[in-house]
Ligand binder design. Structure first.
Ligand SMILES: [Fe+2]
Ligand SMILES: [Fe+2]
Length: 369
C-alpha cells in the first residue's frame, strides 16, 4: 500500500528538496589511509547483513501493543484525559505512539543515509569516503527495515517531526564538510541510539527487540567513525571555529530535548497543542527519557574536543553534565555483544528444534518397524 495512505497526518510535499552547497572532493591518493579508519571500513564490509533474512518477520505484532509499554509510561497517564479513555482508546493511543516513534526512526535513517552519502562526496580523504560508503548502505538497510515494520506490523505512519526536519535541513545546507558529521553522526544519531537502546532494553516484544538490537550493532560503528574523523579534524581548528560548532551543538540539543516528544500524537486525540505540551512536560517518564537521551551525545561531544565553557554550562543546565564521563567504548562494545548474544540464542533454539524433529522422526520410525 502506498505510504501516503497510511500517514496519520498529511506529510509535507514529496520530494522534500534541500539545496546542496559545498564542493565534491576527489582524492588521488589511494595508499595513505589511517589504520583505524581502514579497520572500521573492513568491519563495515564484514558485518553487513540482510534484514530480509536475519529478522524473523513471521513474528506477530499486536499493533495496539507493539512494544508492551506499561500504562505509567504513557504521557496521558494520571491526567483527566486518561480516565476517560476506554481500553480500545488506550490501544489506539499506544498504536499512534509506537507509530510516531518508529516513524521518526525511519525518517532519521533516511536522513542518515543521505548525510552519509554527502560525506562520501565532500570529505577530503579517501579512507573516510570508503568508510562512509559502507555506512550509506547500512542506513539504507535500516530505513528498509523500519519502513517494513511500520507498513506490515503497525499499519500507520507519522510524518517527520518539524524540528527534526529543520535540524536535518540545517545539517545538510551547511557547506562545511564536517557539519553533516556533527549534525548527523553526533547529534541525531546520538539521540536515536539512546532512544533505540531504551526501547531495546525495556520492550518484551520479540520483533522490535530483534530489529533494535541488530540495528544498534551497526550504529556502534557509525558513532566510532564520527569520533575518529572529528577528533582528528577539530584538533586543527581555531578557538573561534570550535565555538561555532559548539553553538550548533547547544542549539540542536535544546531543540531536540524540548521539541521532540510526540505532541502531534496527543493533538490527534483532540488535546489542544498548548495543553498537550504541558502534559508531556509533566510526565515523569518523559523527564527520565529526556535525560537518558543524552547518554550517548555528551560523552561523544567531550571526546571530540567540543568542551568549551558555554557547552559545559548548557549540559549543567540540562542536568546531563556528568554523563560526559561515561565510557562510549563500553556502551558500544555492549551493543555489539547483545546482537551476537541474540544470534546465539536464536541459533541455539533452532538447533534444539531441529534435534527434536530428528529424534521424533527416529522414534516414529522405530515404532513402525
Ligand atoms: Fe542507522
Ligand atoms: Fe547510523
Amino acid at each position: 500500500m502506498p505510504t501516503h495512505d497510511l500517514y496519520a497526518d498529511e506529510p509535507g510535499p514529496s520530494p522534500w528538496q534541500v539545496p546542496a552547497s559545498g564542493a565534491a572532493r576527489f582524492s588521488w591518493e589511494y595508499d595513505d589511509g589511517r589504520d583505524r579508519l581502514l579497520a572500521l571500513y573492513q568491519k563495515g564490509k564484514d558485518k553487513q547483513w540482510d534484514g530480509m533474512q536475519r529478522i524473523d518477520w513471521d513474528l506477530e505484532v499486536d499493533p495496539y501493543d507493539a512494544l508492551g509499554t506499561p500504562e505509567e509510561a504513557m504521557s496521558l497517564y494520571g491526567t483527566r484525559y486518561w480516565d476517560k479513555l476506554t481500553d480500545k482508546d488506550k490501544g489506539e493511543l499506544r498504536r499512534h505512539y509506537a507509530s510516531w516513534q518508529f516513524s521518526q526512526f525511519l525518517h532519521g535513517e533516511q536522513g542518515a543515509m543521505i548525510c552519509a552519502a554527502r560525506i562520501v562526496e565532500s570529505v577530503p580523504d579517501l579512507d573516510a569516503k570508503f568508510y562512509s560508503a559502507t555506512q550509506t548502505m547500512d542506513e539504507a538497510r535500516h530505513a528498509e527495515i523500519y519502513g517494513r515494520f511500520l507498513h506490515e506490523k503497525i499499519g500507520l505512519l507519522y510524518p517527520i517531526n518539524d524540528n527534526l526536519q529543520s535540524l536535518l535541513g540545517d545539517t545538510l545546507r551547511d557547506s562545511r564538510w564536517d557539519m553533516p558529521y556533527l549534525g548527523m553522526q553526533v547529534l541525531i544519531e546520538g539521540l536515536a541510539l539512546a532512544a533505540f537502546g531504551m526501547i531495546r532494553d525495556t520492550t518484551n516484544k520479540p520483533l522490535p527487540k530483534q530489529i533494535l538490537t541488530y540495528v544498534m550493532q551497526d550504529e556502534a560503528r557509525h558513532v566510532a567513525f564520527g569520533r575518529l574523523a572529528l577528533r582528528d579534524y577539530y584538533k586543527q581548528l581555531t578557538d573561534a571555529e570550535l565555538r561555532e560548532r559548539e553553538e550548533f551543538v547547544i542549539e540542536g540539543c535544546y531543540l531536540m530535548r524540548d521539541r521532540l516528544r510526540g505532541v502531534e500524537v496527543l493533538e490527534n486525540f483532540g488535546i489542544p497543542k498548548a495543553e498537550a505540551e504541558a502534559l508531556s512536560e509533566r510526565s515523569e517518564f518523559l523527564q527520565l527519557f529526556r535525560r537518558l537521551l543524552f547518554s550517548r551525545i555528551v560523552p561523544c561531544v567531550k571526546d571530540i574536543g567540543l568542551w568549551g565553557k558555554r557547552l559545559q554550562q548548557a549540559y549543567v543546565d540540562m542536568g546531563v553534565f556528568e554523563m560526559g564521563d561515561s565510557s562510549l567504548d563500553l556502551l558500544m562494545a555492549q551493543d555489539e555483544e547483545l546482537a551476537e548474544q541474540l544470534d546465539a540464542e536464536r541459533f541455539a533454539a533452532e538447533e534444539h528444534e531441529r534435534i527434536a524433529e530428528v529424534r521424533d522422526a527416529i522414534e516414529a520410525g522405530a515404532a513402525e518397524s
